[in-house]
Design a protein around this ligand. Structure first.
Ligand SMILES: Cc1cc2nc3c(=O)[nH]c(=O)nc-3n(C[C@H](O)[C@H](O)[C@H](O)COP(=O)(O)O)c2cc1C
Length: 400
């Protein structure tokens, strides 16, 4: 049996006729790599951009492109509609989006969607004007109201040479959304989430800082998983990486992070403080570069701003803290939870090889005022983030 996160899951990918049709190849590769079975459907226009033969090779299965002659290899729209667990339209042209919204069915992609009850993922890609046009926005609203997951588009360089909003979302992002839909985890739809990430940098002089080993990976994973599950995410980070689909605010010191979080949290539903905020900062910042001498240099540190304490609790804002500890993990976490009046704390043991700060793996204990709600064993940070969001969602629903 195939292994992988999507082992045995049945995904129908409908390709419509835009320049980005070739990017569907990468989505299909990622899906099959994760263990999914993929069947490709193409609109007649799409076959003029990329040949069915290419999709046949990457999906390892005949392509359904001409629904009037299914004996050509591909299956009929009814069979495909019954076979699929999810249908993803990648890319979705303005024309195909309009047809899906209106219930037209004049070729196999729109025909299969209309003949199916399974969830729909739509990844629009088009010229920025076509995308911003009211007609297109209205059609997307109709699809959203029918609970379709719309992924993207992204901003950037378009086929026309201009820059704007209309590029197909990154294949990894499209696949993450398909995965969330298959796991029935689009449960953060519309939630406004703020995540902080990375270690703060406290200036010593204009070119040096006091910092820590945090890589920002845990915070980024939390932000990416939340976005894939439908949340509107702002990531306040000291390690910006321009993650698509996430509003990123780059900061350096703890006081910059505090100011950015104060703005971002004003209308947020959840704050996850995954950043490693320096507890101490240099008491004085030298105005010019400190010169090297042969004598020891003494740095005096002052207690740094306490971000969670300063932000304080706010009705409607679910606040999650992180506690990286080297000893007495649970006791320290519980103490921090009550001292900062948090709704949840995620405690992780640092100083263990192969997990935690700067690693791609983590193992955490999730604690709420009612006790330990999850023990997550050592897993890739992406999966740890998934379990943390499960715990946040369950805890918010219990409190609701
Ligand atoms: C070179 C070229 C590129 C195109 N790129 C796009 C595109 O990226 N997005 C889009 O919505 N339409 C695009 N179109 C227009 C569609 O191909 C056209 O609306 C077509 O009828 C779509 O058919 P379909 O939705 O059935 O696949 C493009 C047309 C041409 C000639």
């Amino acid at each position: 049996m195939t292994e992988g996160r999507l082992a045995g899951r049945r995904v129908a990918v409908g390709v419509s006729g835009g320049i980005a049709a070739y990017k569907a190849i990468e989505c299909i590769r990622l899906l099959t790599e994760a263990g999914a079975e993929v069947r490709v459907l193409m609109t007649p226009e799409a076959t003029r951009f990329v040949t069915p033969l290419t999709f046949e090779a990457v999906s390892d299965h005949p392509v359904a492109a001409d629904w009037l002659t299914p004996q050509g290899g591909g299956e009929s729209h009814i069979k495909l509609a019954e076979w699929a667990e999810v249908i993803a339209i990648v890319p979705a042209t303005a024309n195909t989006i309009a047809k899906l919204a209106l219930g037209l069915a004049d070729e196999i992609v729109s025909g299969t969607v209309l003949a199916s009850h399974v969830p729909l993922v739509v990844a629009p890609a088009m010229n920025d004007v076509m995308f911003s046009q009211q007609q297109t926005q209205d059609h997307l609203d109709v699809l959203k109201a029918r609970r379709a997951a719309i992924v993207g588009p992204a901003s950037g360089r378009l086929a026309s040479g201009k820059s704007g909003l209309g590029r197909l979302a990154a294949p990894e992002r499209v696949v993450a959304v398909i995965e969330a839909v298959l796991a029935d985890r689009r449960n953060l739809d519309g939630l406004r989430v703020v995540v902080s990430a990375g270690g703060t940098r406290e200036a010593v002089d204009p070119i040096r800082y006091v910092g820590n080993f945090s890589s920002g990976k845990m915070g980024r994973a939390l932000a990416e998983v939340a976005a894939a599950r439908g949340a509107e995410v702002t990531l306040v980070t000291t390690v910006p990486s321009d993650v698509e689909g996430i509003a990123e605010v780059a900061v350096g010191s703890a006081s910059e992070m505090l100011a950015a979080l104060q703005r971002a949290c004003a209308d947020a539903d959840v704050l996850v403080m995954a950043a490693a905020v320096a507890d101490y900062a240099p008491a004085e910042v030298a105005a010019s570069k400190l010169r090297r001498t042969d004598r020891p240099l003494e740095l005096r540190l002052r207690p740094n701003v306490d971000i969670l304490k300063t932000l304080g609790p706010r009705r409607g804002l679910f606040r999650v803290g992180f506690a990286a500890e080297t000893e007495e993990l649970r006791a320290q976490a519980q103490q921090k939870l009550s001292a900062k009046q948090l709704d949840m704390i995620v405690a992780n043991q640092v100083g263990v090889d192969g997990q935690g700060l700067a690693s791609d793996f983590n193992a955490v204990t999730v604690v709420t005022p009612s006790g330990v709600v999850a023990e997550v064993p050592r897993l890739p940070k992406w999966e740890v983030a998934g379990q943390i969001w499960d715990a946040i969602d369950a805890s918010r629903n219990r409190g609701a």
